[in-house]
Design a protein around this ligand. Structure first.
Ligand SMILES: [Zn+2]
Length: 335
């Protein structure tokens, strides 16, 4: 009755398809008495039309979020999550009104939680970043505001550490650690490898410099690598990624640190679009957690440098061979 062609239709078209079939049968009744059982058939068609309508409404009404723990019960049993914000590639030292400074203002002053602290994975010697007087001022301001300074690059460009000459890579590690230490008074403890790319050799080099490799759970996909700096699907994308995190939490894959489960979120503070939407991103994170039934900490974002760094170290990658989930297509690119 449904016709095999119905199986290839988008789910929202099934009611229309069934309606068309019903109209077609009514027409046929006037042509031939062979459809004397039409009354029964009409009942069946009506029934199936209703079922199709209900089914398609359910399946078309939103993103395909899985619900392994049951959103209604999750809040009663789950450990609260806490968003650990991180920013790559900065500081943006293009001028006095750059995106990094705008983001610093929004983290300090916003309606959700004033005084948010984040991890800034820095390019300490890139021309448009930390390799200028303004860049060094901004890094100092980041530290003075209570943020954690982590290492990203200390070369003139955003280079993949795996493909650098080993001696150049080693020198960049020493330079980056020294650059950050000159601001903070202590060596940095965190590194985010450019392009999420590392191997046994570069991982061991990070460890030798006391650096813990920090990846991410959620990504704003706002890196400017491909020349695109905007995200039209930022809300649905964050919701979907946080849904994946909920699945990991449900199977006990994420550690509890200081009473909360840190959920790492990555942005790029050199991106002006990100800077313009920073407060909206904060709301999106909170809305997504609420929609997924994931309880958040009383302070849903970190606001203490020591606690923030402890959480980041607790979520860092234990070894180069540890299976990891990279954002976007990066797992596919590197494997
Ligand atoms: Zn980067």
């Amino acid at each position: 009755m449904l016709d095999a062609r119905a199986g290839s239709l988008p789910c929202c078209m099934i009611p229309l398809f069934l309606h068309y079939r019903y109209r077609h049968m009514r027409h046929m009744r006037h042509i031939s008495i062979r459809f004397r059982f039409f009354g029964k058939i009409r009942i069946i068609v009506t029934f199936l039309t209703t079922i199709g309508l209900v089914f398609s409404t359910l399946s078309c009404s939103g993103p395909p979020l899985r619900d392994p723990v049951g959103a209604a019960d999750a809040g009663k049993t789950q450990v609260p999550i806490r968003f650990l914000l991180s920013f790559d590639d900065g500081p943006a030292a293009s001028g006095p009104a750059g995106p990094t400074l705008s983001i610093l203002d929004d983290l300090a002053h916003n309606s959700l939680q004033p005084g948010i602290t984040a991890v800034f994975f820095l390019q300490t010697r890139a021309a448009g970043a930390g390799g200028s007087a303004l860049g060094r001022q901004i890094m100092q301001r980041e530290y003075d505001a209570g943020h954690v300074l982590g290492f990203h690059t200390a070369t003139a460009r955003h280079s993949n550490h795996r493909y650098l000459d080993p001696a150049v890579f080693e020198q960049s590690l020493s330079d980056g650690v020294a650059d950050i230490g000159s601001i903070t008074g202590t060596a940095p403890a965190l590194v985010r490898p450019p392009f999420w790319s590392y191997d046994r050799r570069t991982f061991a080099a990070y460890q030798a410099h006391g650096l813990h490799v920090v990846l991410t759970d959620l990504s704003a996909n706002d890196g400017k690598i491909w020349g695109v700096n905007f995200s039209l699907r930022r809300r649905s994308s964050m919701l979907h990624q946080l849904g994946d995190v909920r699945e990991q939490i449900a199977v006990g894959a994420l550690p509890v640190i200081d009473g909360n489960i840190p959920v790492i979120v990555t942005f790029h503070d050199i991106n002006r679009y990100t800077a313009r939407h920073m407060q909206e991103y904060l709301r999106i994170l909170m809305d997504s957690a609420r929609e997924l039934g994931m309880p958040t900490a009383a302070k849903p974002f970190y606001d203490d440098r020591a606690e923030l760094e402890r959480a980041a170290i607790g979520r860092s990658v234990g070894s180069a061979s540890q299976p990891v989930h990279l954002p976007g297509l990066w797992n596919w690119i590197w494997n």
